[in-house]
Design a binder for this molecule. Structure first.
Ligand code: GDG
Length: 464
């Protein structure tokens, strides 16, 4: 079996793969350890041109090599802050109103992809397979092919793939889809995303899609598939239980004074529906006076991409909303929304999930949403909390034991909160079992192994 080469915008540090961080880093690292290989990408540092061009920096950890490069200020601004996060991210999350398009940023995006591909080429061996992650790297396979690389190359899109009418707002949309067709296998989070891509191919690229998801377009042959990313639920359950009597949980419990707890955790991002969520919680306090003073929403929202303007605006808006709602409903000893702009250790999050009666996860659009899955996995099966989940999270297709809500319907979300707060134990247990069965059936290992199995089975040279 050939080595595995993982390429992602950011490379986890060796410490992040040790389990404490959990999630994707651990899952992908597991596959790298098994096959041996290289994890290649941006180090997260902005550096001088001399340092950038001297890279990659190499660190070995057993059979795995971490190879990272720094980006110059111009590359960071155009490739990362610009086209990736101010054009692709909003459009792929159906927020064309927040997107901008600048030709020089797009040129920078392609230039950085070509440069990264060139750097990787020197580390490749003939029977390596290459697994590229996410929207920052759409042109990566095309760039590798231009370097003469003929290895199998797969791509997994962690975020939604939008309907054609939406992606049309990015002027070079056809070039982007053409670039995607240079991969041998494209993985999507949900059938909806896969079908949106197929729709583009058949209706707008004069391509064909066969019943077994083989695509022919732009003179290329490739395959597509749905691979729902998951978690390792039993590890999370164990972690949540192990830390449930730690001081931070006891402190929280004491400060709640018997009030019910609703937990939300999201990167601070406009796609996560935080403003709509705060307003739905306000509706609960407004329409159900019996809950005033008796329920608290803890929203953990560590800032990300704070140098992108739209992220500064959402932060201001949220601070305003939290302040307004708290001003309206706080008492001398009661603050309805505890809004925390900082990052917490993973084990703390899991044990707080276990302590809460509701996981409130209401993105406006989300590829999958791992927080929803982590919340379910962290529950005490004897006395589980209820997951209130947006229909626009990829996870909604699997977690049928949740209360599904439309995040644009504040009263509907408020009703779901009312239902969850007074749900009998038997029903909570039944719903939890349904959700746990879904998590176990399709855990992070299944996601990773099925993608890699399909990529390894693509006949070499089929795409050309
Ligand atoms: C993208 C797609 C898709 C959050 N705050 C803290 C913290 N987190 C962790 C969560 C979870 C992860 O970050 C967030 O994952 P999500 O899936 O919820 O969302 P994105 O970051 O937008 O991820 C998404 C995902 O890729 C995977 O394919 O599901 O749809 O948008 O694990 O727990 N972790 C720690 N402290 C925090 O404060 N330690």
């Amino acid at each position: 079996m050939g080595r595995l080469i993982v390429v992602s915008n950011r490379v986890a540090t060796p410490t992040e793969t040790k389990g404490s961080a959990g999630g994707l880093a651990v899952g992908v690292f597991g596959a790298l350890k098994d096959a041996g290989g290289v994890w290649f990408g941006w180090s997260g540092d902005v550096v001088s041109e001399t340092v950038a061009h001297a890279g990659p920096t190499i660190v070995h950890e057993g059979r795995v090599t971490f190879a990272t490069v720094g980006l110059t200020r111009k590359d960071y601004d155009q490739y990362y802050r610009g086209f990736s996060n101010a054009t692709l991210w909003p459009v792929f999350h159906y927020r064309n109103d927040l997107a901008r398009y600048e030709r020089d940023e797009y040129a920078g995006y392609r230039r950085v992809n070509a440069w990264l591909a060139h750097k990787l080429t020197r580390l490749l061996e003939p029977d390596d397979i290459i697994w590229v992650h996410d929207y920052h790297l759409i042109p990566f396979a095309e760039a590798l092919r231009a370097e003469g690389v003929t290895n199998r190359i797969g791509f997994f899109l962690h975020i939604p793939f939008p309907a054609p009418q939406i992606i049309f707002s990015i002027p070079p949309h056809e070039e982007l889809v053409k670039s995607l067709c240079c991969f041998d296998l494209l993985g999507f989070q949900t059938t909806t995303d896969q079908l949106a891509f197929h729709d583009y191919i058949t209706r707008h690229a004069r391509g064909t899609v066969s019943a077994d998801d083989r695509v022919e377009a732009f003179g290329r042959h490739l395959r597509t598939g749905v691979y729902r990313i998951g978690v390792f639920p039993d590890e999370i359950a164990e972690q949540a239980q192990r830390y449930e009597s730690r001081q931070h949980v006891l402190d929280l419990k004491q400060s709640l004074e018997g009030r019910k707890l609703i937990m939300s955790v999201d990167r601070l991002d406009y796609s996560k529906g935080l403003v709509e969520r705060f307003r739905a919680f306000e509706q609960l306090l407004e329409r159900s006076p019996e809950w005033r003073g008796n329920v608290t929403l803890v929203q953990i929202a560590p800032p990300t991409r704070s140098d992108v303007e739209t992220y500064q605006l959402i932060r201001q808006e949220l601070e305003g909303e939290a302040g307004r709602i708290n001003g309206r409903y706080s008492g001398l000893d009661y603050t309805p929304i505890r809004y925390l702009n900082q990052r917490y250790d993973r084990w703390k999050l899991m044990s707080l999930f276990r302590e809460s009666q509701i996981g409130f996860v209401t993105p406006l659009h989300d590829g999958m949403n791992l927080v929803a899955k982590e919340y379910v996995a962290a529950q005490n099966p004897d006395d589980p909390g209820v997951l209130v989940l947006s229909i626009f999270a990829g996870a909604a297709a699997e977690l049928s034991g949740s209360l599904l809500v439309n995040p644009h319907d504040a009263i509907g979300m408020c009703e779901a909160l009312q239902q969850a707060l007074s749900m009998p134990l038997k029903e909570r247990q039944r719903r939890h079992q349904v959700n746990m069965a879904a998590l176990r059936k399709n855990d992070l290992g299944v996601w990773r192994d099925s993608f890699l199995r399909d990529l390894r089975s693509v006949p070499v040279g089929e795409g050309h």
